[in-house]
Design a protein around this ligand. Structure first.
Ligand code: SF4
Length: 214
C-alpha cells in the first residue's frame, strides 16, 4: 500500500472516531483565532478558552491591541504560560496588522508569517480554521503521530508539512491536522502510546515494530 492510500485509510478511521473534529479553541472571527493560537503555545486549549472571553470583550480590533499598553494586555492573560512574551507578541502582531495590512488579517501563509510571532503552524491554523483555506498545520502531535504512522520521515515541521500535503488531497488538509491532534492527545500520546486500543494500529509503522508491541 502506498502512502497516499495508507493516509486515506487512516484519516477515514480517525474521522469515524472523531466526527466533526475541529479546533477546541473558542473564536468568533479570524483575529480571535490568531490571538487564541498565539496564547495556546505551551498552554492547554481549556486554559486559553477560560481566558479569552474577557480579552476578546475588551479588544475587538487589531487597532485595539496595537493602541493598548502591553501591561494592560498582560493583565488579561496573566494565568497563561509566558504571558509577558505573549502580550508583547500580540501587540507587535496587531500593530503590523493595523499598520501594514489596513486592519485586516491577510489570507496567505506568506503574508501571515510576516507578522511578528507568527510561524507557519499558526498561519496554517488560522487559514484553515477561520478562512477555510486548505492548510495543514504541523504541531507537536501531528509531528509525532505522522512520524510513528510512517506518513512522514522528515524531522522539521516544514518538511513534514510538505510530505503530508504531498500525499493527502488538499480538501483534507484541515481535517488532517485536527484528527492527528485529537488522536495524539487521546491515544498516540508522547509517552506510553496506547497502541493496543489504537484504531489505526494496523497501518502504523511504530506498532509493527517491537517498540509498538512491547
Ligand atoms: S499504534 Fe501506537 S504508535 Fe501507532 S498510531 Fe496507534 S497509538 Fe500511535
Amino acid at each position: 500500500m502506498d502512502k497516499k492510500e495508507k493516509a486515506g485509510k487512516i484519516l477515514d478511521i480517525l474521522k469515524k472516531e472523531f466526527p466533526g473534529a475541529k479546533t477546541y479553541l473558542a473564536f468568533s472571527n479570524p483575529l480571535e483565532l490568531l490571538i487564541a493560537t498565539i496564547l495556546s503555545a505551551q498552554a492547554t486549549d481549556e486554559r486559553v478558552n477560560r481566558t479569552t472571553p474577557a480579552l476578546f470583550k475588551r479588544f475587538k480590533r487589531a487597532e485595539d491591541y496595537a493602541q493598548a499598553p502591553v501591561a494592560e494586555i498582560e493583565g488579561y492573560i496573566r494565568s497563561i504560560n509566558f504571558f509577558r512574551n505573549k502580550a508583547k507578541s500580540i501587540k507587535a502582531c496587531c500593530s503590523k496588522i493595523a499598520g501594514g495590512f489596513g486592519g485586516r488579517l491577510p489570507q496567505t501563509v506568506e503574508e501571515l508569517i510576516e507578522l511578528p510571532g507568527v510561524g507557519r503552524k499558526t498561519a496554517n491554523i488560522v487559514l484553515s480554521g477561520a478562512f477555510g483555506v486548505p492548510a495543514l498545520a504541523v504541531d507537536t502531535h501531528v509531528k509525532r503521530v505522522s512520524t510513528r504512522l510512517g506518513l512522514a520521515e522528515k524531522k522539521d515541521p516544514d518538511g513534514i508539512e510538505e510530505e503530508l500535503t504531498g500525499i493527502i488531497p488538499e480538501t483534507r488538509w484541515g481535517e488532517t491536522s485536527n484528527l492527528l491532534i485529537l488522536h495524539g492527545r487521546k491515544t498516540c500520546r508522547a509517552r506510553n502510546p496506547l497502541c493496543p486500543e489504537c484504531r489505526v494500529r494496523a497501518y502504523c509503522d511504530y506498532y509493527s515494530t517491537a517498540a509498538g508491541k512491547g
